[in-house]
Design a protein around this ligand. Structure first.
Ligand code: APR
Length: 258
């Protein structure tokens, strides 16, 4: 097993695809769900589904207009639960990797949709929360949500109206399960980022941690991300094409070398 160690530059450049890996960390972003019909965030107009990010994705926005914010996420939830949104080939390939890879695979997603789980992934960290959960702002307790959340809904734990919020990490809030993620990054020998623009920290900084741990680093994205220079290897193209190809490579190398 490869543990955390110091790696020289020369050693790092020798790591490449085709090697046997034992501990993989995969980070996914909105790009992996784009081909499932869920819009990415950073469209050229800077708006997210016609709204300013500050209005719908910050604690201040929620305090100023909780009705609007609930409505916004209710629409996203309705879309996610509609028949048109289904896991695509990239989600399915990652589920196959998790099931068949002989080493460890940790999937960390910035996405709040449930497409990784619907594809069959079990070991998923939703660092930015989950659309299909609500949270009591007083106790932190989580509840499954299959429909809309409204400002006058009464919370099951505190019996108060208005204390439920979407279980979504907004700008200015701390992402979830960071200790577990950093721990995995510091042990990994392969880090892959898929469909993320590299604009939002701390996720955009994960590649740096993986490089420091001596891991091979690979970016799969349609276009260069804001942190693309940190990656040893880049593959450009659709996640639905690139991810199944990568998973095929990883599984065939590991079956040959076992
Ligand atoms: N295949 C591969 N990459 C794609 C595809 C695709 N089919 N479609 C889009 N992309 C790429 C885009 O080129 C872009 O670089 O996916 C990236 C998506 O970037 P963002 O929309 O910025 O999404 P993400 O990086 O996940 O955003 C991070 O920001 O708004 C917050 O909390 C929100 O989790 C989100 C975080």
């Amino acid at each position: 097993m490869l543990g955390k160690r110091e790696v020289t530059k020369g050693e790092m450049s020798e790591r490449e695809m085709g090697e046997e890996y034992q501990r993989i960390v995969i980070l996914t972003g909105a790009g992996i769900s784009a081909e499932s019909g869920i819009k990415t965030f950073r469209a050229s107009d800077g708006l997210w589904e016609e709204h300013r990010i500050e209005d719908v994705a910050t604690p201040e926005g929620f305090a100023a207009n909780p009705r609007l914010v609930h409505q916004f996420y209710n629409l996203r939830r309705q879309q996610l639960l509609g028949d048109a949104v289904q896991p695509n080939a990239a989600h399915l390939a990652l589920a196959r990797l998790e099931a068949e890879f002989p080493g460890e695979v940790l999937l960390v997603t910035q996405n709040i949709d449930n497409l990784h789980e619907r594809a069959g992934c079990r070991n998923v960290i939703h660092m930015h929360g989950e659309l299909l959960k609500s949270r009591c702002a007083r106790s932190g307790e989580l509840f499954p949500v299959g429909g809309d959340i409204n400002v006058d809904d009464v919370c099951d734990c505190c019996n108060l109206a208005g204390s439920l919020r979407p279980h979504v990490v907004w700008f200015g809030e701390i992402p979830l399960l960071m200790d577990e993620i950093y721990n995995a990054l510091h042990q990994c020998d392969l880090f892959v980022a898929i469909g993320t623009s590299g604009n939002v920290y701390p996720a955009a900084g994960f590649v740096r941690e993986a490089v420091a741990a001596g891991a091979h680093t690979l970016e799969i994205n349609l276009e260069p991300s804001a942190v693309q220079s940190m990656f040893a290897e880049k593959r450009r193209g659709l996640a639905s094409e690139q991810v199944p190809r990568l998973v095929g490579e990883l599984l065939s190398v590991n079956s040959m070398t076992r």
